[in-house]
Every structure is written in C-alpha cells, then in structure tokens.
Design a protein around this ligand. Structure first.
Ligand code: ADP
Ligand code: MG
Length: 271
C-alpha cells in the first residue's frame, strides 16, 4: 500500500457526541482507497458513533469529517444524500426484508436509486450474489437461509451500487468461526476487487488482524492507538496489550462509565 493513495475518509481532530455529552475527543483517522481498516474498542466506547459521523447522521462537535475530500458539515441535505449513495453501509442490525427473497433484497437499492432495466437488474444482482458465493440461493426466502448466509446477502446488498467506501458495524457478530473467516476474507476480496475502502467495527482481534491494513483502538474517550497489525502486536502499551489479549485486569474498566445522562436520570429517581 503506497501512502499516495487517495484519502476516502478523514477525521481531523474530531470530537463526537450527543447533545452536551462528548463520547470521543481529538480523533484523527485517515482511510485510503484499497484499505481495510479495523475499528476496535470496548462496548460503549463510541465505535458506532464514529460510523454515524462518517455517514453524516451526526456531525462533529469539533474538527472536520471529510468523505471523498468534502467536509460533511458543508454539504446540503441533497449533496449528503448523493454522497451516501457512494457509500455502502452494513449496520449492526443489518436487517434484511424477510418478506422478500434473496434476489429482491439485493435488488432493493438498485430499484430505489438506479434507473435500470429488469435485464440489467438481473445481471447486476446475480453478479453480486456470485461475488458472495450465493448466486444459486437467489430464489430462497430469508427464512430459508442460515445466519452466515444472511450476512453475505447483506454484504451483496451493500455492494450492489458499487460503493467507493464500505462501512460495516460488527459484521462478524454471532457468526460461527467458519462463517466468520469466510466473511472476513470476503470483505478483503471485495475491497480489492472494487478498489474501494472498507471500515469494519469488530471485536475479533485475530480475524481483523488477518485482513486489515490499519487498526485503530478507541477507549477512555479517545483514540488509544492506530497502526498496522504488526505495529499493534509489538505494542508495549498496557491498554493495547489488555485489549488484544482480552485480559480482565488492566486499564480497561469493567464498569460502564457514568455519563451526564446517567447522573440526570439518577437525580430524577431520587424521592
Ligand atoms: N443516540 C444516542 N443518544 C445519546 N447517547 C448515545 C446515542 N447513541 C449512543 N450513545 C452513547 O454514546 C456512547 C457510545 O455509543 P456507541 O457509539 O454505540 O458505542 P459502541 O458502538 O462502541 O458500543 C455510549 O455511552 C452510548 O450510550
Ligand atoms: Mg456499536
């Protein structure tokens, strides 16, 4: 990977949060074309919040978030909508439409956003299903496929508009080790084949280290570290070591941190 590759997503000294609650401060992340980037961190550390900022669902409290070299805060609603069509997103509950078959689930974004003939739709959808190994499952109902297959259908749907940037929120959650390995390798292959960039939120250290070019760890309200899997493996930072090795004792707290929203809620419960 050369350092001259185009930046597709940049966080520059960004603070993110909800209302007057700040979840993450001073985040700088750069995602380049062709890269798979893993975002890791304990639950509640702000990983999903980062994805929301990347898609313009929330805006930075400080700093700038740029996608395709455009500051998201400077875009009109229409420009933002247009930009989102260049991104593929797989949310944590990447729900498929259970009343539609596999084919129609993948065809959905095409029917919504692209003016294509039925012949073109059939060709495109079958080629995306082929890319995830499910061409021959096109006719099946969602209730007839396994959890691992459903994840791959969601993946095919996320790439059907050929996005330049792919964002995945916990794509491995709930998968058995074999489906997990297949899904991880698929994300790597699709990124290379589409020459896009993929950002995956995951807890799976071994699997993401196998496919990622860069890994970022968030925690304690900030970016703890970022680097290649090799650099992180060699890190002597106690937080990084605890995170990577899943040790119960160390700087990562077991307790969910108290927030202003919690304090307010607790105050209201007092007689
Ligand atoms: N819509 C929201 N409004 C207020 N607080 C939120 C909202 N979504 C998430 N949070 C809070 O922001 C923090 C980070 O959440 P999130 O980004 O979902 O964490 P993660 O994905 O790392 O588990 C948590 O404290 C969570 O309770
Ligand atoms: Mg989350």
């Amino acid at each position: 990977m050369t350092t001259t590759a185009t930046s597709l997503l940049q966080f520059n000294n960004v603070s993110l949060g909800y209302g007057d609650f700040t979840v993450l401060k001073d985040i700088s992340i750069d995602v380049k074309q062709g890269q798979v980037v893993a975002l890791m961190g304990g639950s509640g550390s702000g990983k999903t919040t980062l994805l929301r900022a990347a898609t313009g669902q929330i805006f930075a409290q400080k700093g700038t978030v740029s996608v395709f070299n455009q500051d998201l805060a400077s875009l009109t609603a229409k420009q933002l909508q247009f930009m989102r069509q260049r991104m593929g997103v797989l949310f944590q509950q990447g729900a498929l439409f259970t009343d539609l078959n596999v084919f129609e689930n993948v065809a959905f974004p095409l029917r919504e956003h692209a003016k294509k003939s039925e012949t073109e739709i059939t060709e495109i959808v079958l080629s995306k299903l082929e890319a995830v190994g499910l061409r021959a499952a096109a006719h099946l109902r969602i209730s007839e496929i396994s959890g691992g297959m459903a994840r791959r259908v969601a993946l095919a749907r996320a790439i059907v508009l050929e996005p330049e940037l792919l964002l995945y929120d916990e794509p491995f959650a709930g998968l058995d080790p074999i489906s997990l390995g297949i899904t991880a390798q698929l994300i790597r292959d699709l990124t290379d084949r589409l020459n896009c960039a993929s950002i995956i939120i995951t807890h799976d250290v071994p699997e993401s280290f196998k496919i990622a070019d860069q890994v970022y760890i968030v925690g304690q309200g900030k970016l703890i570290t970022g680097g290649t899997p090799e650099q992180l493996t060699d890190s002597t930072d106690p937080y990084v070591r605890q995170f990577l090795h899943g040790q119960p004792d160390g700087p990562i707290a077991f307790n969910y941190p108290e927030t202003p929203a919690f304090e307010q809620w607790l105050e209201q419960r007092k007689p």
